[in-house]
Design a protein around this ligand. Sequence first.
Ligand code: ZN
Length: 150
Amino acid sequence: MWYQKGEKGRTLIGRVPFKRDLLESVQEFAAKQKIKCARVEIIGAVEKAVISYYNQDKRVYEDREFNEHLEIVSCLGNLSLRDSKPAVHLHITLGDSEGQLKGGHLQKGTIVFAGEFVIEEILGPELHRGHDPDTDLPLWQKNKSTPGRL
Ligand code: ZN
């Protein structure tokens, strides 16, 4: 296990625009605000959603598209760097009209009806995503300046 230490930076709280792509909106906002590392949470509702499940045997994301109005019961994730640009990684739990939940890795194609976000910037760490050979996922890579090896 390894980690980097960070300190609290800005707390940014606001709305995600109506009928915009959820993932792209957060990504663009983070880039504009020059955020390198953060925790992200969002609640609200979507008009439609695309989420995926990572098939660990096949090593591929399997997308699921839901063309229905859904509540964002919870959307949590983080922001780090991929190819030196802010990269948002979000997982979302969605509730339907029956109160049934579905969830997974948020993909582009999820269209916001209403969205309220809180982004807590973390100053200090530089977490870069790179290919992880064990999982074939773009996971955070330890670098030589990483303190606190456990
Ligand atoms: Zn994910």
